[in-house]
Ligand binder design. Structure first.
Ligand code: DX5
Ligand code: ZN
Length: 214
């Protein structure tokens, strides 16, 4: 299993310390949750923080944009050196165009689905995607309860990917811990995002290892 710790649950007064932990851990990437207060009912952080993190983080950056009009920021994300740019399906009127713009800018393209958005809506773009991010909570906050339907949804996405020969990886985000992570692993997830489960623990690196072993 690949693991993408979500910085949203880190200590924002000591980000350098938490990123050093990530650098020295078995984490495969670092998940950055950007919220605009419009697409989701919360505001997190923006470019000054992303750039500061990019300067010291040695893991690839997996940026999850919970914002309207994410296509505006493709070039800026690429210049910062972001590896994976996640845009919400619900936020993109011209999703195919945005996916191509992300790839042409040299990044991996990922589309995120809210819990209420069906997997079938990706049928016509799945071949162009590097990753699909399934939300297993309604986006906007860390520490929420896992929505059980995400397990069956992961299975449906696995079927779509296998049937179409897509190379997209499946990432799941929200309420992930050892037990929900195990269910997602069995359903075919490739990458687990976890915020509170990792950062609210006395030994975050050990929790990363636990999720990696699933
Ligand atoms: C929620 C974010 C998540 C969040 C997950 O909107 O997309 O990445 O940090 O937090 P936990 O793992 O605590 O549910
Ligand atoms: Zn996220």
């Amino acid at each position: 299993m690949l693991v993408s710790p979500s910085l949203l649950s880190a200590d924002f007064a000591n980000l350098a310390k938490d990123i050093e932990m990530i650098n020295n851990s078995q984490a495969d990437m670092l998940h950055l949750d950007v919220m605009d207060g419009v697409f989701v009912p919360n505001i997190s952080f923006g470019f000054p923080v992303i750039e500061a993190v990019a300067n010291i983080c040695r893991k690839p950056l997996d940026v999850h944009l919970m914002i309207v009009k994410p296509e505006i920021w493709v070039d800026r994300m690429s210049k910062i050196g972001v590896e994976i740019m996640n845009v919400h399906q619900e936020a993109c009127l011209h999703l195919d165009r945005t996916i191509h713009a992300i790839r042409e800018a040299g990044m991996k393209a990922a589309v995120t689905l809210n819990p209420s958005t069906p997997v079938g809506l990706l049928e016509d773009v799945i071949g162009e995607l590097d990753m699909v991010l399934l939300m297993s909570v309604n986006p906007g906050f860390g520490g929420q309860k896992f929505i059980d339907n995400a397990v069956a949804k992961t299975r449906r996405l696995r079927e779509l990917i296998d049937r179409t020969g897509s190379k997209a990886l499946i990432e799941v985000d929200g309420g992930v811990n050892e037990s929900t992570g195990r269910l997602l692993a069995e359903a075919g997830a490739d990458i687990l995002v976890a915020g509170s489960y990792i950062f609210n623990a006395p030994d975050p690196a050990a929790r990363i290892l636990t999720l990696k072993s699933l």
